[in-house]
Each structure stands twice: as C-alpha cells, then as structure tokens.
Ligand binder design. Structure first.
Ligand code: ADP
Ligand code: MG
Length: 397
C-alpha cells in the first residue's frame, strides 16, 4: 500500500509552497487549444490558496530542450489560469526560470497569492535532474507539492531533485487520485479483479502482463497484441500484427496464468480485412482461421459477449489498451461495446493508457468510469510495478 502525505496532511498558512503542476497543454498558433490540464489543477490550487499558502507554480511544456523557445513559454497558461481562478497569477518571466525578478516576486507575495514560473525545460538541467537547478527551485520554497503524475516516472529537477532540498514533500489531489486508483486499487483490489489489456504490441506491455498476472483473478487480452498469443496457441493469424520474437513469452504467460490460477482469455473471433484501412470490406472469422491475406483489426461479436460475461462479476476492472483499431469506425465496435458494458457496471473502473482514455472520451463515457489516468508513460510504468521516482520522493505518512 502507498501511504503518501498529501496537501490534506500539512499546514501551508504563510508558507511558500512550490507546486509542480502539469501545464503541458497543447498549443496552436500561440493559443491553448485544450485547457483540460489547467482545469484539472484547480482543486489542488484552490485548496492551497484557501489555506493561505503562497503559491509558486512550475511546469514543463513541450520539449524546448534547454532553449528558451518563445512558442513554449508558459505566459498563456498564466493568463488562462488567472481567468479560471478569478485572481491574479503573476508570471515571473525569466529565461533561466529562476533569478532575481523571480525571487523578488516570491518575496512580495502575500498569503494566497500565486506566482507562475517559466517552462522548467528552458533549463537543460531539468531533464538531467541537475543539482544546481534543483537547489535553485528549492530555495524558493518551504514546502514542495507534486501534482504532476504524468512526469512521475522521470527523475527531473522539478519533480525529484527539488524534493531532496525541501523539508516537506507531499502530493496534490491529482497525484493522490492516481496513487489511490492505479496504485492502491491494483495492490489491494476489491475482488474479483479483472484486467483488460489491448493496444498494439505485446512488446510495449510485457512487464505489465507479467506484473498483472500476479495480481488479477482474470486477464483479458485483445487488440493487436492478441494475435501473438493466438499464434502461440497454434492459431493462424494471417497478416495480423505479430511479434514472432514474443511467441515464447506468450507461451510462458499461459503457463504462468495456469500456475497462478488466473483465467487468461484471448479472443475467439475477430473482424478481418485485407488492408489496414476503413475503406475495404471486412468480415468476421474464427480466431484461428484468419486467412493468409487478411488481418485482424478488432475483436469479433462472440469475443465481445465472452469478455462482457467475464467482466460481469468483477469488483475492480483495470483497462489498458483498445480492443481494436478504434480510430477507424469499422473496427471500433469491440472497444466501444466493452467500454459501454464497463460504464454500466458497479465495479471500480480504472482506465490507464493514452489511447484507451481517448477511446473512452470518443464514446462519451468519460464520466461513467471511476478513474481515467492522465499519465500515459507514467501509468504504464506504475502498472509494471516500477517504483516511480516522483512518488518515491513524497513523504510517507
Ligand atoms: P494505450 O495508449 O491505451 O496504452 P496502445 O498505445 O498500446 O494503447 O495501443 C493503441 C493502439 O493500438 C491504437 O492506435 C489502435 O489502433 C492499435 N490497435 C488496436 N488493435 C489493433 C490491431 N488489431 N491491429 C493493429 N493495431 C491495433
Ligand atoms: Mg498509446
């Protein structure tokens, strides 16, 4: 179990609080094209403001690689955040991120004031977890709050380095939610606990499969990765996505599942087409009878039924990776049917993975899931059982 301190466990009144946010928002022609991440930061920020903290916010945006690229400045974020908070957000502009004007702005703050620093990746040391930059950030603050889960799997100055030079290090609400659901729900799940894994490749998820087999009661496999498992069982997969070098691994996973008493389900039928395209005819075949000149692009209707049945009694469902090429309407059905079924279930439903989250949003089912993780790479590493450096740096309760 993770037992990390959060902003609910500390007193910030009159203190300088450095908050590592995730303001890595998409920009189009100098404008923020999607402010979801800024909106998501509000509960943490409002709580700290209400408690009388003096907030110094920082974040990276894009990959300026140590150069102060004007198109990746956080200036537009300061403006938008100010509108959303309904109060002034002082943008402490400095190509070095820290410096005299920044220190002055921080010294000028009253309780509840907010200052935003420039893009932390303007500094080349940021992604190298450079000690000087970490110390410079730490010098600004009495308390460090990390609320950027999406960056928790990397040891950078503004996520990890800074934490070793500040006495109090806690998580914000976004980080807390990720820890509660991805971490604790997986470590100590309400059972039955069923995981659904899909997406493109076995190779990108080997450690996830391995790790989850230790935790779940049933593991359901779909998406592109399924065909390697199908072939490992002796099926014919035609032109489907296949990773020959993982056939042995897949066989081992069947053995491991058996050993652990875990139900490991693979598709029984699949939607196939001759090309990776939405504009060619498609049809359904049995899973081990995929013609040589066709490829599987979605799970078939029998598989959908089987999988929904397997999910029915689950108390916790973890889903990572779409069941088919959901970006093309002809192959979205498997993913959509499963998402719809999950949305109506009583179970705790946790969605991890960028494309799975996008699929759930595309189907308009976002609000019906218990938790949709915001960290792509970070969620995946979490599900591999890796200790994320950003989490390790948080104080324990
Ligand atoms: P996530 O981001 O949720 O972890 P992945 O990145 O692993 O998911 O995989 C998502 C991609 O997998 C999607 O772009 C989807 O089109 C692709 N995919 C799913 N099923 C298939 C398939 N049968 N053949 C090829 N690609 C597939
Ligand atoms: Mg992805």
């Amino acid at each position: 179990m993770f037992n990390k301190k959060t902003i609910d466990d500390i007193n910030v009144k009159g203190k300088r609080v450095l908050v590592r946010c995730d303001f890595n928002v998409p920009m189009k022609e100098g404008k923020i094209s999607d402010d979801t991440r800024i909106v998501a930061s509000l509960p943490t920020l409002k709580k700290l403001i209400a408690d009388g903290g003096r907030l110094i916010l920082c974040s990276h945006m894009g990959k300026p690689k140590g150069e102060p690229l004007p198109e990746l400045s956080l200036a537009p974020v300061a403006k938008r955040l100010s509108e959303l908070l309904g109060k002034e957000v002082v943008f402490a502009k400095n190509d070095n991120v820290v410096g005299d004007n920044v220190t002055a702005a921080v010294n000028n703050m009253k309780d509840g004031d907010v200052v935003l620093l420039e893009n932390t990746r303007y500094r080349a040391e940021e992604t190298k977890n450079g000690e000087n930059f970490s110390k410079e950030l730490a010098d600004l603050a009495d308390i460090f709050v990390n609320d950027a889960f999406g960056s928790a799997h990397r040891a950078h100055s503004s996520t990890v380095g800074v934490a070793s030079f500040v006495d109090t290090v806690v998580s914000g609400y976004l980080m807390k939610k990720e820890i509660d659901f991805l971490g604790n729900a997986v470590e100590d799940p309400k059972r039955p606990f069923v995981a659904v894994l899909g997406g493109s490749k076995v190779s990108s998820k080997i450690s996830v499969i391995d790790y989850l087999l230790e935790k779940v009661d049933a593991l359901i496999i779909g998406g592109g990765m399924a065909y390697t498992f199908v072939k490992a069982r002796g099926g014919k997969v035609g032109k489907s996505l296949l990773e020959d070098e993982y056939l042995d691994y897949s066989k081992k996973m069947f053995d491991k599942a058996k050993e652990k008493g875990v139900k490991l389900l693979i598709p029984v039928d699949t939607v196939v087409a001759k090309e990776f395209s939405n504009d060619v005819p498609n049809h359904v075949v049995k899973i081990d009878e995929i013609p040589d000149d066709e490829m599987g692009l979605d799970i078939g209707p029998e598989t959908v039924k089987l999988y929904i049945e397997a999910l029915k009694d689950a108390k916790t469902i973890l889903w990572n990776g779409p069941m088919g090429v959901f970006e093309m309407s002809n192959y979205a059905k498997g993913t959509q049917e499963l998402a719809k079924a999950m949305a109506d279930m009583d179970a705790i439903t946790i969605i991890g993975g960028g494309d799975s989250a996008a699929a759930v949003k595309q189907f308009g089912l976002e609000d019906k899931m218990t938790h949709i993780s915001t960290g792509g790479g970070a969620s995946l590493e979490f599900l591999e059982g890796t200790e994320l450096p950003g989490l390790a740096a948080l104080d324990n309760k």
